[in-house]
Design a binder for this molecule. Structure first.
Ligand code: SF4
Ligand code: SF4
Length: 361
């Protein structure tokens, strides 16, 4: 078995194991991953990464990957031919390189888009090298082997497409049609990006949901794995910010959590090396992996009209599923479940703060 960037065979296989986990595969796939990576390293799968209307946070998130050696290997097996944020070249040199690569690598490269595509008035609101970005995107997508959108803006327009959207910002799929692998988020988790790139290199387009997202990362609602689900089921809700500290452990539905309508594995994977995530940190899920983000999910600290509160009739067609063992287990492990079980009686006796007055919406 050959080496990649001076790694020993042992180190290389360890990385292959991590990549298998990222791609949701069992250890049985390690030899296959090793062969594919070596093959890819020999051929260097070319990637063209364009930035449209966005904040570049997706690139920053990718750079925050807590698997530096995996990121290193991924960068070693792909050839990042164009990335305005990461490459040294600029100006005419960079534009000429892009033009050359789009022609020379036609049909063989992975096209990654970060940021939305302004389309109003023939795309004059975003131009690169004097050319409307929307035209550059269409050209890059037409010659690509795979088209990948990273971040909420590239997937569905995100914040740049929020009302009144004067630039006519749109996501990649809406502009080019066809198959687009959507890796949403504001920003996306580095594992979602690295894992999907590994998957595409190994097996082509991964299994996608109806929104073009890899099912591996976006197959379950946040609400179904949330450690505050016990509080939700107990009817205990944070009613206002700066509530008493114990009450801050209650469900965040009434202060804007979009976890019931949002799919991602944030509660299980967590962020920053598995240290924390939005809801655990006390912030409601903003729904950043859903097409309704940002426009239809704002104001971020107000509940959705469709949010279902415990002991109230559930809206038709709005599935919350059951509390999973993982969610309840996580709450109990964090001491939240025990606390809530101890306080539910007291709350009921004392008149629950979550009860709604008649006629209240
Ligand atoms: S509404 Fe939000 S905070 Fe409450 S249980 Fe669901 S995901 Fe967790
Ligand atoms: S918890 Fe919600 S807002 Fe936070 S990163 Fe995950 S999907 Fe986005």
């Amino acid at each position: 078995m050959g080496k990649i960037k001076g790694l020993s065979r042992r180190q290389f296989l360890k990385i292959c194991g991590t990549m298998a986990a990222l791609a949701g595969l069992s250890d049985a796939y390690i030899p296959q991953i090793a062969r594919a990576l070596e093959k890819a390293a020999a051929g260097k799968a070319p990637v063209i990464w364009l930035n449209g209307a966005g904040c570049t946070g997706c690139t920053v998130s990718l750079a925050n990957s807590d698997y530096p050696t995996v990121a290193e290997v991924v960068l070693d097996v792909i050839s990042l031919r164009y990335s305005e944020t990461l490459m040294a070249a600029s100006g005419h040199v960079a534009e000429e390189a892009l033009e050359h690569d789009l022609e020379a690598l036609k049909g063989n490269y992975i096209f990654v888009l970060e940021g939305a595509i302004p389309t109003a008035e023939d795309g004059i609101y975003c131009q690169v090298g004097g050319k409307p970005f929307v035209e550059i995107v269409k050209e890059a997508a037409a010659g690509a082997k795979y088209n990948v959108a990273v971040g909420a803006c590239a997937c569905w327009g995100g914040i740049p497409a929020a009302d009144p959207n004067p630039t006519g910002a749109k996501g990649l799929q809406e502009v080019i049609g066809g198959t687009v692998v959507n890796i949403p988020g504001c920003p996306p988790h580095p594992d979602w990006m690295v894992g999907t790139i590994v998957n595409v290199l190994l097996f082509g387009v991964p299994e996608l949901d109806e929104l073009g997202r890899p099912k591996l990362y976006f197959g379950q609602k946040i609400h179904d794995n949330c450690p505050r689900r016990t509080a939700y089921e107990s009817g205990l809700f944070v009613e206002k910010w700066a509530a008493d500290e114990p009450e801050m452990l209650y469900c965040l539905a009434k202060v804007g959590c979009k976890g019931q309508a949002t799919a991602s594995d944030c509660p299980v994977r967590q962020w920053n090396s598995g240290v924390n995530w939005c809801v655990k940190a006390g912030a409601p899920c903003a729904g950043c992996t859903d097409p309704k983000f940002y426009n239809d999910f704002s104001p971020l600290y107000e509940p959705l009209p469709t949010v279902i509160l415990e002991e109230e009739p559930r809206a038709e067609g709005f599935s919350t599923g059951g509390a999973t063992l993982l969610g309840v287990g996580a709450a109990a492990a964090g001491g939240i479940g025990g606390y809530l079980l101890g306080t539910k009686k007291e709350k009921k006796e004392g008149g629950r703060k979550t009860e709604r007055k008649e006629g209240e919406k």
